[in-house]
Every structure is written in C-alpha cells, then in structure tokens.
Design a protein around this ligand. Sequence first.
Ligand SMILES: Cc1ncc(COP(=O)(O)O)c(C=O)c1O
Length: 410
Amino acid sequence: MKSIDSLYTKAKINYFHNPNYTAENYPEALNPIISSSLCDDAIKEISQWENYTETPLHNLDNLTKTINVSRIDYKDESTRFGLGSFKALGGAYAVLIELQKTLTEQLNEIVTLQDIRNGKYQEHLKNITIVTATDGNHGRSVAWGCQSFGCACKIYIHKEVSEGRKTAMESFGAEVIRVQGNYEDSVQEAEKSRANGWILVSDTSYPGYTEVPRFVMAGYTVMIKEALQQLQAQTSSSPTHIFVQGGCGGLPAAICAYLWLHLSEKRPRFIVVEPKLADCLIQSAMNNRPTLVDIQEESIMAGLSCGEVSSIGWDILSQGTNDFLAIDDNLIAPTMQSLAKDACSKNPIVGGESAVAGLAALIATTENAELSQSLGIDQNSHILILGTEGATDPEIYQQLVGKTAAQVLA
Ligand SMILES: Cc1ncc(COP(=O)(O)O)c(C=O)c1O
C-alpha cells in the first residue's frame, strides 16, 4: 500500500450529502418499481439455472488493518456464470421474462420459464429478436441469455467500446453493431430499432420505457441476497456502510431497494460512487432532478461511463442514497493492483476497472480526515464493497495490472 498512499492522499473526491435521504421504511410508492416479490421471483428463478453458484465474499483483512476500520468485505463477481460480472444476473433474466411474455401472447397458452429454459419453444424462439445497447457487460449477459434460450440477438455499442468486449458478445452469437457517439447514442439506436419488431432489453430506463429494466434490476439482487447470507454465516457484525458504483444507476438502485426492503432503518449507510468523467448521479443529486451529462472523455471505468440516469433507478436513489462520490480515473489501476497483490487480502483478487470504483473511493476517503468524518467512517466501521466484475477485457486488465488474471491467481 505504501507506494500508492500518496496518490490516495492527494485524491480529490467530489462529494454530495443527499438532503433527500429518507430514513423511514421503504416507501409504498416504490413498490411498482422494485418490490420484495419481484426480487424473490428473480432470486428463485436464477438460483435454479445450470451452473448457478454463489460468488465468494472475501474479507479484506490486510486492508482493514492498513486503513484502520473494523472490517471490509468484498463481494467478488468475477466468476458469475463464467461471464465475469454481476450483469450476468440482470440482462439474461429480463430476456427470459420478455420471451415468456411474447410467447404467451403469440401462442395464447401458459408458458413457464422452465419450459423456455428446457427448449420446449425452440422453433418459435428462432423467430424472435432481442436488442440492446451496452458498454460491455450488460450486452454479454443479454447475448448469453439469447444463445441459451435460442433467440436472435442484436447489440448496439458506441465507438469507444473495446474490441475485446465486442468479441466477447459475438462469441455468444450476437450481431454487434457499432454506432458513432457515446453510450447515450447507442441507447437511442437500440430504441429506434424496436420499429423492426425487435424486443428491447435495456438495463437503463427512461420515460415510456420502464417495465423491462425492473426485471434487470431484480436479477441483480441475487448478489446482495447472497452477500447478506454470507455475512451472517461469517461474522456477528453488520455492515455500517456500503459503497456501490453506478453507471446509469440501475445497480445501486437495485441494491439500495433490497437493503431498504429487508433491513429498513438498520440498513448500512448507502454510498454511490461514479467516475468524475461520467457523473450523472451526483449531478442529478445536486440539481435535485435527473441531469444529463455530456461525456467529453470516456472513463477507464467503461461500465460506469453513462451520461444519463435510469429514470426508475433515480426514483429509488434520490431517496435511498446517503452520499454521492465521484472519483478520478487515476485511482483505478493502483486499486486493481492492490487487489491483485496481498495489499487487501492474503489471497489475490481479480477486480476489473469498473469493479474497483467503490474500493478506490473507500481507500481515498480514509486518507481524507474531513471526508471520513462526513461519511462517518472510523475504526468501528464495517464496510461492504461490491466487486462487480473481473477481467472482463483481459487485454486492458493486463495493461493496468501488469499481469494476466491467470497469473494473478496462480
Ligand atoms: C462492472 C460494472 N459495475 C457497475 C456497473 C453499474 O451498473 P449500472 O449502470 O446499472 O448503474 C456496471 C454497468 O455496466 C458494470 O459493468
């Protein structure tokens, strides 16, 4: 850690404490977005999928001592369904739900998710096309779902999405279409393509398109349900803080809603982290309304490089988030390197560029007395971090860490 201390000390984090944070029970008005039963259904379904297995929760004991807090746990999504990120849970699940809806309408019969998974509708599914826009991980999940269930898949990506990420989606049989502009432009192209009769499965939402992203978000809650169970088995301590990185905000909103529904006023302090280069969440919080950010430069945190908040995600985050943080890109490589060495835990961990934003923000916070105080972080704090991806682009991972993921884990 010593070599990177100075970088974290100098880090200037943008910080906004949310005056609209609501301490009371989960508001009834949010149930049409995310409810307990929506999460339960997703968890029940996904945990029956072939090769489903819990991802590990690592105790970052070395880092705990270095930054002098009580405990840090890191939920490691690098192995999720072999796709390398938590996004495997959301897109593929929403594809399945949309296929069920479409087949039910087309065939006018009861269609179960299990029957779709088991290939009963193979012939019909060949004629259905799912479309989405992505900066990588969501597209991989949608492509994997389409291939598994047997329908066609088209994916729009923007001009900066890496070739490695494009190839990964193509390897699941998707047709990947590159458009000019940024993530928001690819979302618009996907929206327009619905005119072809294709079914849009987006992880972000906007007025007029809110239904499908609810299922995407429900899928993500598998991760936090597992983490809470693992914590219960490993320690008597409960997290006081959770750091969650956001792009459009679908992920943090899903996690926030689940914690709110299950722990109510005992839920941990909820801290959202994003890149300064794509800081639509903190800007929306500061302006007290969804605020579009025109991305000038793509962040190294590719999965978080979104200029517009998910509208339904924002409905949850605007009331459920305690604090918003925005960080610089230069904290990312040193944090990935720390995880890959023994600076965080005895066993090396592979965390990708977008996975480590929360961890980077935590380390930088503890080097900043004023911010630590504002966030209430001290030697009694128990922090939960969601490590949302592994080396999803192996080439970029190697460039930033100096080793391949396999070398790190050897
Ligand atoms: C690895 C990773 N972490 C976090 C996020 C943020 O998710 P969301 O855009 O739903 O807020 C993404 C989004 O793609 C991601 O790929």
